[in-house]
Design a protein around this ligand. Structure first.
Ligand SMILES: Nc1ncnc2c1ncn2[C@@H]1O[C@H](COP(=O)(O)OP(=O)(O)OP(=O)(O)O)[C@@H](O)[C@H]1O
Ligand SMILES: [Mg+2]
Length: 218
């Protein structure tokens, strides 16, 4: 379960202030697959980064599985992030000189979960269609292959919450479809999945849509 309550994010802008988020509140229950939509600059990444504990709100609270996550010290937020959250950032943030396998392994290095790491990596790469690239360094991949590596890395540690910023932006329709099938099955397994997207076909496959305009829900 995710809950945000009156989130405000203010950036200084020239003489004035820019309200990137302006009082956003909602709840998302376990197993929901939610699309966050809205025009460029409407606050989607700002919202997702706060939900992923990568950024702090100016005001408001955020709860993950009934536990207040905003306001925790950074080290505790890092723990929550590692155990509960899988995040796909808009620009992938992969280690280019590492292989696909080494990148996907990163969340598993400090993971305390009881899982067969080798098997988890192979399974997730199969799901995103990258089994044949397992030992390829990331700098040799196409944009879409990098995006799928980033998605594999986000879900390999079995997080309860998956947050993805434009996860199909670099993908052709066949691969975008495959990624949505993966997200749908994670959601059926009870995971909470939140996807920022410009693509109305992707949004239509989600169980709910949250639309932002100028930092407010419309
Ligand atoms: N670090 C920052 N400093 C100042 N302003 C920022 C910062 N990050 C975002 N903004 C501003 O906040 C607003 C919301 O930005 P955000 O990145 O959340 O938009 P978005 O909906 O994700 O857009 P896009 O679809 O283009 O990715 C924009 O007006 C942006 O210029
Ligand atoms: Mg964005």
């Amino acid at each position: 379960m995710l809950k945000v309550n009156n989130l405000v994010k203010i950036y200084p802008s020239g003489e004035g202030k820019l309200h990137a988020l302006d009082g956003v509140s909602f709840e998302i229950t376990d197993g929901e697959l939610v699309a966050v939509t809205g025009r460029s600059g409407s606050g989607k990444s700002t919202l997702l980064n706060i939900m992923g504990l990568l950024d702090k709100p100016t005001e408001g609270e955020y709860y993950i599985n009934d536990k207040k996550a905003s306001g925790l010290p950074s080290w505790e937020q890092a723990k929550v992030r590692n155990a509960e959250i899988g995040f796909v950032v808009q620009d992938f943030a992969l280690v280019e000189k590492y292989t696909v396998k080494q990148n996907v392994n990163i969340p598993l290095i400090y993971s305390k979960k009881q899982l067969d790491k080798e098997k988890a990596i192979r399974e997730v790469l199969r799901r995103v269609g990258l089994s044949d690239k397992i030992n390829t360094p990331v700098y040799k991949l196409s944009g879409g292959q990098k995006q799928r590596t980033a998605i594999a890395r986000a879900v390999v540690n079995d997080p309860s919450v998956i947050l993805a910023d434009e996860p199909t932006g670099a993908l052709d329709s066949v691969n975008a479809n495959g990624i949505m099938t993966l997200f749908e099955s994670l959601s059926r397994a009870g995971k909470t999945v939140v996807i920022v997207t410009h693509d109305m076909n992707i949004a239509a496959r989600c169980s709910r849509r949250i639309e932002l305009s100028d930092g407010k829900i419309i």
